[in-house]
Ligand binder design. Structure first.
Ligand code: KG4
Ligand code: ZN
Length: 337
């Protein structure tokens, strides 16, 4: 029996999870509210909030899992990428537990973990997981990637964004129409009542499997600016249609490339992951495309899409099986390394 305690602190979520033999026993997330009024995450405030939340979050994860610190076989943490001060809190806290209990330390890459959220087996649920090789569209606030996953510990990026991430495209579009940060979930909410074909936004013309969202963002900015000159209440009067239309374009950009990746690799086991995979428009369109293309599709449960520690724990489990441990001198890295 292998029990792992994992911590995620790369951005504005303080999270802890206990996983036993690949099954998630607890998944506790404390989201930082302090950033809302600034329209984005303020790194120093994130570090301070992690310091305040980390002990209660870990205690709660242990309690829900009915586990004791002395039973933990390995301690895992998000090492990169992320905000350096935020990562430092999780890294040093985890190192001190590993040192105190004399147990192995496991460093996890946040983007690898988003992909492996698809391998999570939930307690009391016999959910199917993808078999290798599979493709994963990982869409978060900082990344947009198509990953070819050969095994849990071997994956390569076959396409990625050249500028903004899909989550940024959502958040920046939301900001343009006056919605608070993070705007992605709000666009999703208003889009449900809107007509996705009302306004047409351009599809970027990018070669291969790469993405670009900055041109779309600029087109959206000018469109809103011009319409507001004609009618100052344009956004308020058409909010649902605007949200549905921009969401529909972001989703079609993502799925057209994913379809291309499947055609080029011949792989039909396809997953999505990352914060934007919580988007209902993307989830529905992905399932629909999957049926048309004869794919076997996988989407992590909602709570494993946005930042969480269960995905860190499952990745750590596979690293544990492969004896991929770190020295106590390990340091976090802000960049993908
Ligand atoms: O993976 P994640 O939680 O954090 C990063 O690693 O970046 O992703 C956060 C991103 C944000 O841009 C947020 O707006 C977006 O995911 N997001 C959504 C939805 N839920 C989260 N975007 C669109 N629709 C949603 N329902
Ligand atoms: Zn993330």
């Amino acid at each position: 029996m292998i029990t792992i305690l994992a911590i995620e602190s790369s951005c504005d979520e303080t999270a802890a999870s206990v996983c036993r033999d690949g099954i998630i026993l607890s998944n506790v997330i404390s989201s930082q509210k302090v950033h809302e009024k600034y329209g984005g995450v303020v790194p120093e405030l994130a570090s301070r909030a992690h310091l305040q939340s980390i002990v209660p979050v870990v205690e709660s994860a242990l309690e829900i899992a009915n586990a004791d610190l002395a039973e933990i076989d390995a301690f895992a943490f998000t090492q990169s990428p992320g905000l350096i001060g935020a990562l430092l809190v999780g890294t040093e806290f985890t190192k001190s537990m590993a040192l105190a209990f004399g147990k192995p330390l496991i460093a996890v890459h946040h983007m690898q973990a988003h992909v492996l959220a698809n391998l999570i087996q939930q307690k009391d649920k016999k959910n199917e997981i993808p078999s290798f090789p599979f493709l994963c569209l990982t869409v978060s606030g900082g990344h947009t990637q198509i990953v070819l996953c050969e095994s849990a510990l071997s994956m390569k990026i076959i396409g990625q964004t050249l500028d903004d991430a899909a989550g940024e495209a959502f958040d920046k579009s939301a900001k343009i129409i006056g919605l608070p940060y993070p705007g992605g979930p709000l666009i999703d909410k208003y889009a449900k009542q809107g007509n996705p074909d009302k306004y047409k936004f351009p599809e970027p013309k990018i070669e291969g499997l790469n993405f670009s969202f900055s041109g779309l963002k600029t087109a959206f900015l000018y469109f809103i600016r011009d319409e507001k000159i004609k009618n100052e209440n344009f956004v308020e009067e058409n909010l649902a249609d605007i949200c549905a239309s921009i969401q529909s374009r972001i989703v079609s950009v993502l799925l057209n490339k994913l379809k291309k990746a499947s055609e080029e690799t011949g792989i039909k086991e396809i997953c999505i992951a990352g914060g934007v995979s919580a988007n209902s428009g993307l989830r529905n369109a992905f399932e629909k495309l999957g049926k048309e293309e004869g794919w076997k599709t996988f989407i992590p449960a909602f709570e494993y899409c946005t930042d969480n520690a269960a995905m860190i724990a499952i990745t750590a489990y596979y690293k544990y099986l492969d004896s991929q441990f770190e020295e106590l001198s390990v340091v976090p890295s802000a960049r993908t390394a």
